[in-house]
Design a protein around this ligand. Structure first.
Ligand SMILES: Nc1ncnc2c1ncn2[C@@H]1O[C@H](COP(=O)(O)OP(=O)(O)OP(=O)(O)O)[C@@H](O)[C@H]1O
Ligand SMILES: [Mg+2]
Length: 435
């Protein structure tokens, strides 16, 4: 009776792969022990362990389960998951909290994208939004970003840590799905394709992530080969492409060395090289030059500029204003997941960065700063002291009738009386605007 129950349950439990595996091992041991003990008494009780009575059904069950689950995994990855995600996302609209008034330029760009004004642009981002669910707290990482980026433009994303730059990039590469909104690419025949589907349309996107995605045990050459194969570059062209990129990014010296020993700057160079595989139409670069020495930085800038000239649409994030000033044709400053201002560099400077910065080095450490401040405020109303370190003082001058020359003239003629060793006058930089 007990044996019958055992037999029935053995068939029922075949639906659990763990049972098939564990019970299979026990059956193997049992059959072997049985044959050994009985052979000592001269009885030949050997049975084939792979017969249907012993392991047969367990193997069949494991094979079927493996095939079904693997197919389901592929399906989920490719179609089902996205459909389910879209269904859930369209039903569950997460309400926006504490949004503020949009800046007029940001609003104009928003309308331009919404009304089809950006239909000729290569990359179109429309009301992109991301809310992270952390425990029971909702974090609004990106709030309704809209921007159209044409071919041949380098668009810069500036912002303090945690502003939402990397989250925006991750949505553009399909790493994470947006809570709301779309990111689309214009294909060669003029149709708009969701950015996730663009690979199947033959559109190549290069991505240099903020955290290098490198394998410690592969060499620079192997990385490039590996990613070039994934990109679908033919075997015939692959050598030429890898050699070209190794030379271009000055990585020849590291060609045969494994990544484990690379410096931070070299890792960034390799990540940038990987982003450039296959001449992408869209290039997304998340702080590409962080950790690079000044010469390498400038070299990378020239490479990015070349890509822009060849009609690639580049989106770049950076904390280096110098980098944005050197590369970006248009830029946006992001604060708490939203664009606070958007436009060309000169436009942003004109709107937000009016005025001058005056830096002075005093002849005596901590000299009479008060009298210098009074002098500056008398001649240039609205001037305020921004910083003071030992013998250096820095002022912001919002308005000077004679421009740089006017400030220069006043200071030059009173330099000795105010005990100023030397000074510099500059127009407000982007650094000061974003701060
Ligand atoms: N996986 C996550 N889960 C929950 N919150 C996240 C997650 N990733 C990012 N965030 C939050 O989203 C916000 C934006 O982060 P993000 O990494 O996009 O900023 P960033 O602008 O790239 O900053 P940085 O300049 O430091 O690279 C931050 O408040 C961060 O804490
Ligand atoms: Mg980031």
């Amino acid at each position: 009776r007990a044996h019958e129950v055992y037999q029935t349950l053995s068939y029922v439990f075949l639906i659990f792969p763990q049972f098939s595996f564990g019970n299979g091992l026990m059956e193997l041991a049992r059959v072997d022990m049985q044959a050994q003990i009985l052979s000592a008494y001269g009885v030949d009780s050997y049975t084939n362990p792979f017969s249907m009575d012993v392991l047969g059904w367990m193997l069949v069950a494991l094979f079927l389960q493996g095939s079904v689950v693997f197919s389901l995994r592929l399906l989920l990855n490719k179609f089902l998951l996205r459909k389910i995600r879209n269904l859930i996302c369209s039903k569950k609209v997460v309400p926006e909290t504490d949004s503020w008034d949009e800046d007029e330029d940001v609003m104009m760009e928003h309308h331009r994208v919404a009304n089809g004004g950006a239909s000729g642009d290569l990359l179109q981002v429309n009301q992109l939004r991301k809310v992270y669910q952390h425990m029971r707290k909702k974090i609004q990482a990106v709030r309704r970003l809209s921007v159209g980026i044409p071919a041949g433009e380098c668009f810069g994303l500036l912002g303090v840590n945690g502003a939402g730059k990397t989250t925006t990039f991750k949505m553009l590469t399909g790493d994470i799905s947006p809570t709301d909104g779309t990111a689309q690419i214009r294909s060669s025949d003029g149709t708009m394709v969701d950015i996730i589907d663009c690979r199947s349309m033959g559109i190549n996107i290069g991505y240099c992530p903020q955290v290098d995605a490198l394998d410690e045990l592969l060499t620079a050459e192997e990385h490039l080969y590996f990613y070039a194969r994934i990109q679908g570059i033919s075997r015939r062209d692959i050598d030429q492409e890898v050699n070209y990129l190794l030379r271009k990014l000055e990585l020849d010296f590291h060609r045969k060395k494994i990544c484990e020993g690379y410096s931070c700057g070299t890792r960034r160079k390799l990540s940038a090289a990987m982003a450039l595989i296959g001449r992408p139409q869209i290039l997304l670069m998340d702080e590409p030059s962080s950790g690079m020495d000044p010469r390498s930085k400038r070299h990378l800038w020239s490479i990015i500029s070349e890509e822009v000239k060849e009609k690639c649409a580049v989106v770049l994030t950076s904390h280096s204003m110098e980098e944005c000033e050197a590369l970006c044709t248009r830029l946006a400053i992001m604060v708490k997941g939203q664009f606070r201002c958007l436009g060309t560099l000169q436009h942003i400077k004109n709107r937000f960065g009016s005025g001058f910065t005056v830096k002075m080095y005093l002849a005596v450490t901590s000299g009479d700063v008060d009298s210098i401040t009074n002098f500056m405020q008398f001649h240039f109303p609205g001037t305020h002291l921004k910083e003071q370190h030992l013998s250096m003082v820095e002022y912001h001058v919002p308005m000077a009738p004679g421009g740089v020359a006017g400030i220069f003239q006043q200071l030059e003629s009173h330099k000795a009386a105010l005990h100023i060793k030397h000074f510099s006058v500059t127009q407000t930089t982007l650094d000061e605007v974003s701060a």
